[in-house]
Design a protein around this ligand. Structure first.
Ligand SMILES: CC(C)(COP(=O)(O)OP(=O)(O)OC[C@H]1O[C@@H](n2cnc3c(N)ncnc32)[C@H](O)[C@@H]1OP(=O)(O)O)[C@@H](O)C(=O)NCCC(=O)NCCS
Length: 280
């Protein structure tokens, strides 16, 4: 059973440019451990800074064999691999359409079934998601990140915060990376584009609901200026346990003046310019 779970080999770049090779079943957690000095003696001493290469293997044994092969490469060979990977895995942003619903659904349903990031317990269906894509696009961008080969790395979007009209200037944001694409900075790229577009539309407030525990999401929101405005310690029940939820807020505009109406649809060229800039 263990052998069929994906495992990964990776190279981590250290402060002096050195590359450290390892394997893991959870690249995001492993990278964070290296960056915080709890990964390996070498990366603690040399200060691990970023992920430089990631490759999925069919299982643990394959990953261990591949790790040994990576360790045997020369520095120049490792650098060539990293350069190739950086170009291939760089997120390319685009606006979603109804035709992308199946891929988005597959990504999201993985979290429904395996993770507490969402409080949804029963997977959504394709017709529901096709409608969801259209409803989402009616008010705000639904942004996809794909790699060079076109694989979906993640998506970000925003929905009404509350139904009443006085909330017209407020949205709730969402970001999901594919399980294999967590820890690669895809969340950053998606959020930078989403928040810029929401601001251009004329929204004033962005809220995010973060279930406990989700340190990567909390850190991502902090980096973009969100502030935690409160935490309910026991509000959702999933996988046989109670979960807490925190509310995070980002003010896109300051002041108390009367707001202009939100531009529900931005001109296509304005959207493309932001997506292209953030894809670099
Ligand atoms: C949350 C999510 C969008 C973040 O995107 P990402 O591209 O994977 O982000 P990263 O792994 O680069 O992590 C973001 C930050 O959290 C930090 N981080 C990662 N794991 C961490 C941990 N266990 N503890 C503390 N910080 C952590 C990273 O170091 C990074 O901060 P830095 O840039 O200052 O180094 C992504 O992990 C994801 O899709 N998670 C599952 C779905 C989800 O939780 N969505 C959000 C719902 S509110």
């Amino acid at each position: 059973m263990e052998q069929t779970k994906p495992a990964y080999v990776y190279l981590v770049r250290c402060a002096g440019g050195q590359l450290y090779a390892g394997w893991t079943t959870d690249p995001q957690a492993r990278l964070y451990a290296h960056k915080t000095g709890r990964g390996a003696k070498y990366t603690r001493a040399q200060h691990a800074e970023s992920l430089a290469y990631l490759e999925q293997c069919p299982g643990r044994s394959a990953a261990m064999r591949r790790e040994a092969a990576l360790k045997a490469l020369t520095k120049a060979q490792k650098e060539a691999l990293c350069a190739q990977w950086a170009e291939a895995s760089r997120p390319r942003l685009s606006l979603a359409s109804r035709a992308d619903a199946a891929e988005i659904l597959e990504l999201y349903n993985w979290y429904v079934l395996n993770h507490t990031a969402t409080f949804q317990i029963t997977p959504s269906t394709l017709p529901q998601y096709e409608q969801w894509v259209e409803d989402t696009l009616a008010r705000a961008p639904l942004i996809l990140a794909r790699d060079k080969a076109g694989r979906l790395l993640g998506y970000a979007c925003a929905h009404r915060w509350h139904e009443r009209e006085a909330f017209d200037w407020d949205v709730e944001s969402t970001v999901y990376c594919a399980p294999f694409a967590r820890g690669l900075g895809v969340g950053d790229t998606l959020y930078a584009a989403l928040l810029e577009l929401l601001k251009a539309q004329g929204y004033w407030n962005v809220y995010a609901l973060i279930a406990d525990p989700n340190p990567a999401s909390e850190r991502l929101h902090e980096k973009f200026g969100f502030v935690c405005e409160g935490r309910t310690p026991r509000t959702g029940y999933k996988f046989g346990r109670w979960l807490g939820l925190s509310t995070w807020h980002l003010a896109l505009r300051k002041g108390t003046g009367a707001p202009e109406p939100v531009r529900l649809q931005l001109p296509a060229e304005e959207v493309i310019a932001v997506l292209d800039k953030c894809s670099l």
